[in-house]
Design a protein around this ligand. Structure first.
Ligand SMILES: [Fe+2]
Ligand SMILES: [Fe+2]
Length: 263
């Protein structure tokens, strides 16, 4: 777990998950140093201690005013309740479905939530954050966001990449081939429904992101990418519907792996 600055007013709190046999995946949360500071997602559940330490190196958690929860997967909610308990001024931006799902595990206090749907905005003092439904996602709760001041698109799981080598801090430091292959593969895993989409409809979804003209793309699972890389990112996604479908190791493969380990 470490931090780096992606833009003058945005820090990344990041760790790397090694997915055995498939590569390395960044798990990012972001601090937007807005007039009302915003934390986008809260790290993985099992790394909460490390996350809180890393977060404190870029902002006093008591100064945070908002958590933008892009969705409720275990790699995004790790320190959610801990932060809410420590800071009575924090509110969680999520959706009706997000509140519902959290209610099955650890309910969110209703006076601490702020519900948004795609297209709706939140004023955080010096900028407006608008909820954006990314073109690929693994959870119907998903809402990324566009920051009108910095021009950055926070895309949640969309545009993530499984990378063979160590995860750098800039997407531009990954070779074009490795980035494209890693992004396309990740999307076949994370958004396997893309194989069944109407190609023209999907192309218009990609156009919707293109029209935002983001200055940067900050994905939960990709090193920070400059806006100039957008066409490469969109190109990798465009390949997904016709890419080989992901099929995970089955029981026979698992037993072979275990035999290899014990052997
Ligand atoms: Fe997810
Ligand atoms: Fe994720």
């Amino acid at each position: 777990m470490h931090t780096y600055q992606a833009a003058p007013d945005v820090d990344v709190v990041t760790s790397t998950a090694n997915v055995a046999g498939f590569g390395n995946l960044a798990i990012n949360a972001f601090v937007i140093h807005a007039a009302e500071p915003v934390l986008v997602d809260t790290g993985a559940v099992r790394e909460s201690d490390e996350f809180m330490t890393a977060l404190a190196s870029v902002i006093d958690p008591a100064d945070l005013r908002w958590i933008w929860l892009t969705h409720t997967d275990f790699d995004h909610i790790g320190s959610l309740h801990r932060l809410l308990e420590q800071n009575e001024h924090l509110r969680v931006i999520t959706s009706f479905l997000g509140v519902g799902i959290m209610g099955l595990a650890d309910p969110l206090p209703m006076d601490r939530v702020y519900l948004v749907n795609p297209g709706q905005s939140v004023d955080v003092g010096d900028r407006t954050l608008t909820a954006v439904r990314p073109p690929a996602f693994d959870n119907p709760i998903t809402a990324g966001l566009h920051d009108d001041r910095s021009g950055i698109l926070f895309s949640s799981d969309c545009f993530g990449a499984l990378l063979e080598d160590e995860v750098p801090e800039r997407a531009e430091d990954v070779s074009a081939d490795a980035l494209r292959a890693g992004q396309t593969f990740w999307a076949t895993v994370d958004s396997s429904w893309l194989h069944a989409v109407d190609r023209a409809t999907f192309a218009s979804e990609l156009d919707r992101i293109r029209a935002l003209e983001p200055t940067m793309v900050l994905s939960s699972h990709l090193p920070a990418a400059q806006g100039s890389s957008l066409e490469r990112l969109l190109g990798a996604l465009a390949d997904v519907p016709d890419a080989p479908a992901f099929v995970g190791p089955d029981q026979a493969a698992l037993e072979q792996m275990l035999a290899g380990i014990t052997g």
